[in-house]
Design a protein around this ligand. Structure first.
Ligand SMILES: *[C@@H]1O[C@H](CO)[C@@H](O)[C@H](O)[C@H]1NC(C)=O
Ligand SMILES: *[C@@H]1O[C@H](CO)[C@@H](O)[C@H](O)[C@H]1NC(C)=O
Ligand SMILES: *[C@@H]1O[C@H](CO)[C@@H](O)[C@H](O)[C@H]1NC(C)=O
Ligand SMILES: *[C@@H]1O[C@H](CO)[C@@H](O)[C@H](O)[C@H]1NC(C)=O
Ligand SMILES: *[C@@H]1O[C@H](CO)[C@@H](O)[C@H](O)[C@H]1NC(C)=O
Ligand SMILES: *[C@@H]1O[C@H](CO)[C@@H](O)[C@H](O)[C@H]1NC(C)=O
Ligand SMILES: *[C@@H]1O[C@H](CO)[C@@H](O)[C@H](O)[C@H]1NC(C)=O
Length: 647
């Protein structure tokens, strides 16, 4: 590769790296995970409880870097706690927590566990452990790669005791550093108690942790993993400089300066880089760094790449008044571009810092998937300081606002709802069967069906789960899927095929017909989920009792026709939501069933979701729970590390 090109790439990568440093480090590496030693009591109660707890905590983490939640009752009650250490920004905290909640479910079928990461902690049990501060698993983990000279010992001790003293005055969190005199070395310490332990317990925990962590000397790293606190010393500066809860004025100036200087560098770099790249690309397709080429492509292609500043201005700096809603991957804001175009901007919960180029490529793929029933992705701001996605703006927002609200629901009589159903099926069938890249949506639900000005359905958020799943070093899988809509095999085993979307779609059909939301976290009523209710009425021949009264408004149809038509849709919903994936019809089959109204339908199999096996692991080696046929097995997408993924 020629020298100029190399230089340009180094400058580009350097400026991105600079921005990355300013944004902080989530320290999402796992130090240790320990599972409880009792099995859950009843999986079909435990799993939803656990997921609901993680969900509730998730919201609190975004706001305060700490969260506790309790779900359910009885032996499968679930208590959860998660906390980021005090030097993490909220953005980094979300990243660290996402990693924790992706891994902790691996403890299943044990009924609890705790996971220590370098940036955060999470624990879940079936009893209240919040005040515990000591326990048999407490221990220190020593780094074993390099040893320090004896002059490191005293500064490390001092830093540890300073951190403990400060933490007790400072809500349980402190960092400290003490220089090793006569050298360029420093001892860095972080100490943090969980916010649920009181001051005296925090003191006891930190005192004990100090003693054991100092036992790691002369190793260069020591971490104490305690029931009520975490402590770490190191000879490397692992601490984040940002104060908690956002970004100080000084940091903003640094960010602005870095962005401005980076943009200048990037602009010059792109001009040169694009020229060289074009020349070299034609000369020699194979040579040169793939990443560098991607990066140039990323910055060069201005069709999809929106400037961060443009989007910031368009949304009034992400003003709460412009907030349209919260999705699985981020918060959505309404924006107006300088030319007056209205857009929806999704501010992702995480930065895809390490993979800006790959992320951009994904956006490229998703934006090329076009169908009248899919929300258009217009582009992104893919690099720093945040990842933003830009979509077409749909004034009527989402289906859930209508069907779950008795007065707004009047706008949608049966004919309109049926058109929305058909549109959704066509969009999904396209994703599964017709687009260049087969896409499993993973998060089909009423709030992801948007309505245009003429109340036509457009599916939102497709493709995101797919692109994030590949990013295994990060999180993402943890964010996909919504409780209440998730297929049992996906929930319990992480097995993902397009039949998981069919299941979610079945639940959605029942919601559209009944105007009721499939209950999400009310574990006690789990067995009376909407799907079960619909099944019972279907068997008794009384489905019309569960119809949303709004269906009947202003119809041209004769009422007995209408009743038959809606009942048929309930029947199709039950077929889609069957427990066994191979029995669920494909989306194109569903379309046919909906359109050919006199064709006979197969009977739905046994009570779909009540079969306990659907929620349980196959401990008994006879694989009865999930009789995948071979076609199904072939189409199972990559199953990642954990057993089930919340949300
Ligand atoms: C588990 O809980 C469900 C729902 O309450 C119940 O129907 C089922 O019988 C329970 N299973 C066992 C083994 O107790
Ligand atoms: C926790 O779960 C175990 C095993 O299922 C059970 O024996 C125990 O009673 C439960 N504890 C509480 C407080 O419910
Ligand atoms: C602090 O919490 C511990 C453990 O729950 C308890 O034993 C102790 O009495 C509490 N101390 C104070 C001062 O509240
Ligand atoms: C985590 O800690 C437990 C003791 O609390 C230990 O038995 C286990 O080996 C550790 N796991 C790893 C991966 O270090
Ligand atoms: C450090 O510990 C790891 C895991 O316990 C081990 O694989 C590695 O060999 C150790 N390295 C040294 C230098 O002792
Ligand atoms: C400290 O100085 C030594 C040589 O005296 C050097 O090798 C090392 O890189 C320096 N460390 C830092 C953190 O500057
Ligand atoms: C640490 O805690 C254990 C029991 O929890 C106790 O026996 C021990 O004395 C404590 N050590 C220190 C240094 O406080």
């Amino acid at each position: 590769m020629d020298k100029t090109a190399q230089y340009v790439f180094l400058v580009l990568i350097g400026s991105l790296a600079l921005l990355k440093r300013v944004a902080g480090d989530p320290r999402a590496q796992i130090v240790n995970m320990t599972c409880a030693n009792q099995l859950e009591h009843n999986a079909s109660i435990f799993v939803p409880n656990f997921i609901a707890t993680m969900e509730k905590i998730s919201d609190q983490m975004r706001d305060s870097g700490f969260g506790t939640a309790v779900t359910g009752s009885g032996p499968d009650i679930n208590y959860g706690l998660a906390q980021c250490y005090g030097d993490l920004s909220l953005l980094d905290c979300v990243l660290c927590y996402a990693e924790a909640r992706t891994f902790l479910p691996q403890c299943y079928p044990y009924n609890g566990g705790r996971i220590f990461l370098d940036g955060c902690f999470m624990r879940s049990e079936n009893y209240s452990f919040y005040e515990e501060y000591t326990g048999p698993n407490d221990r220190a983990v020593c780094g074993n790669t390099s040893q320090k000279a004896s002059n490191f010992r005293e500064p490390a001790r001092q830093a540890v005791s300073q951190a403990v003293a400060t933490a007790l005055q400072n809500g349980g969190y402190a960092k400290a550093q003490v220089a090793v005199s006569g050298t360029n070395e420093t001892a860095y310490v972080l100490a943090n108690c969980w916010r649920t332990v009181n001051q005296s317990s925090c003191k006891a925990c930190l005192d004990n942790a100090s003693a054991s962590v100092l036992g790691c000397l002369p190793w260069s790293e020591g971490r104490a993993l305690y029931t009520g606190c975490f402590m770490r010393y190191s000879d490397k500066d692992f601490l984040n400089q940002e104060p908690r809860n956002g970004i100080s004025r000084g940091t903003i100036i640094i960010i602005v300066v870095s962005i401005v200087s980076s943009l200048v560098v990037i602009a010059v770099g792109v001009a040169i880089g694009v020229y060289i790249w074009k020349r070299r690309y034609i000369q020699n397709k194979r040579r040169g760094s793939n990443d560098a080429r991607k990066l140039v492509k990323l910055l060069h292609d201005s069709n999809l790449n929106f400037k961060y500043s443009t989007l910031e201005r368009a949304t009034g700096s992400f003003n709460d008044e412009n907030k349209l809603g919260q999705g699985g991957f981020g918060t959505v804001y309404k924006g107006v571009l300088p030319d007056g175009r209205e857009i929806a901007v999704k501010r992702l919960f995480f930065n895809n810092r390490h993979r800006a180029a790959d992320f951009y490529n994904e956006v490229n793929i998703i934006s090329s998937v076009e169908h009248r029933n899919l929300v258009r992705l217009l582009g992104c701001s893919c690099s720093e300081p945040e990842s933003l996605l830009v979509y077409e703006f749909l004034p009527n927002k989402s289906l859930d606002r209508f069907i779950f609200d008795p007065s707004r629901g009047q706008v949608l009589n049966w004919e309109k709802r049926f058109q929305i159903i058909i549109g959704t099926v066509e969009g999904l069938a396209y994703l599964h069967e017709n687009s260049k890249t087969k896409i499993i949506h993973r998060d089909i639900k009423a709030s992801n069906i948007l309505l245009d000005s003429r109340l036509r359905a457009k599916i939102a958020d497709f493709g995101l789960a797919r692109s994030f799943q590949e990013d295994q070093s990060h999180i993402s899988t943890a964010i996909a899927g919504t409780l209440g809509y998730m297929a049992p095999e996906y929930l319990a085993h992480g097995q993902l095929t397009e039949k998981a979307d069919v299941y979610s779609f079945g639940v959605l059909l029942l919601e559209i017909v009944t105007g009721k939301q499939n209950n999400r976290s009310k574990a006690t009523e789990y067995s009376d989920s909407l799907t079960t209710v619909a099944w019972k009425h279907f068997q008794l021949g009384t489905v019309e009792e569960i119809f949303d009264p709004n269906l009947m408004l202003n119809n041209n149809n004769h009422s007995s026709n209408l009743k038959n038509e809606v009942s048929r849709v309930v029947h199709i919903g039950l077929l889609c939501a069957q427990g066994i994936p191979s029995l669920r019809p494909s989306m194109s089959k569903v379309l046919q069933m909906l359109k050919k109204k006199d064709e006979d339908l197969p009977a739905p199999s046994n009570p779909p979701f009540m079969d306990e096996k659907t929620m349980e692991f196959n401990d008994t080696s006879e694989n009865k729970g999930y009789p995948f046929n071979s076609a199904d097995t072939d189409s199972i997408a990559t199953v990642t590390h954990s057993s089930f993924y919340p949300r």
